[in-house]
Write a protein that binds this ligand. Sequence first.
Ligand code: COA
Length: 208
Amino acid sequence: MLDWSLRALSAKPDGSVVLEAPATSAGPALVLRPWCLEDVDALVEAYRDPVLARWAVSVPVPDSEAAGVRWVQDQQRRWAAGERFAFAVLEAGPDPASGHPASRRLVGGVVLKEVVPGKPSAEVGYWTVAHARGRGVAPRALEALTTWAFETFRADGLEGLELLHQVDNPASCRVAGKSGYPFDRTLPAAPPAYPLDGHLHLRRADAP
Ligand SMILES: CC(C)(COP(=O)(O)OP(=O)(O)OC[C@H]1O[C@@H](n2cnc3c(N)ncnc32)[C@H](O)[C@@H]1OP(=O)(O)O)[C@@H](O)C(=O)NCCC(=O)NCCS
């Protein structure tokens, strides 16, 4: 069995972990890879969306180039520490700016977090760039992340993945339902970050 920290090291942010989700009738294939500094401009642009900024309650919002650089470097540091694994989600297709047909554009982010050695559960999170919503990007990226998480950490005791959202976020609840994360229980409000009750959805490693 690989030591937990060795697993984290073998997945360091050098592009060695690349996950894929196949194309559907709604959109092209997705590529998931660790965040890098070349994502900063698109990241800052994505967070100009007030809907996204609203739900980003627990992280400093990357609302400038400097904040975006700090945000990416923080993700890289926490990946190397083996506690949080954040992926940029990219869609194959022509770059609207350059028109280059082989380029990829940022359409969202997914994260595996609260990864603690010996702890049976960790947590997932996700968001989609405003212009890419409604095409199943988040469920497809979440499925790829979920498969990778269980493949990578199951042998170290990871038994389940938790997905949390506030009750007034029905789009997120739909992502949970479509991604095989059944409702588990209601969580009480935890202001100021979560002023309303929440849903906890749980996907077990041994679920069919
Ligand atoms: C929640 C979120 C990640 C869904 O991502 P997505 O890639 O659009 O996911 P889907 O395409 O599967 O759509 C999920 C639901 O969003 C809603 N939706 C559909 N089109 C939409 C659009 N253009 N804009 C907003 N919501 C839309 C629908 O209710 C849909 O459910 P349905 O497929 O049963 O109709 C995305 O809305 C988002 O980034 N929201 C802001 C950040 C956030 O809430 N993150 C989760 C915090 S817990």
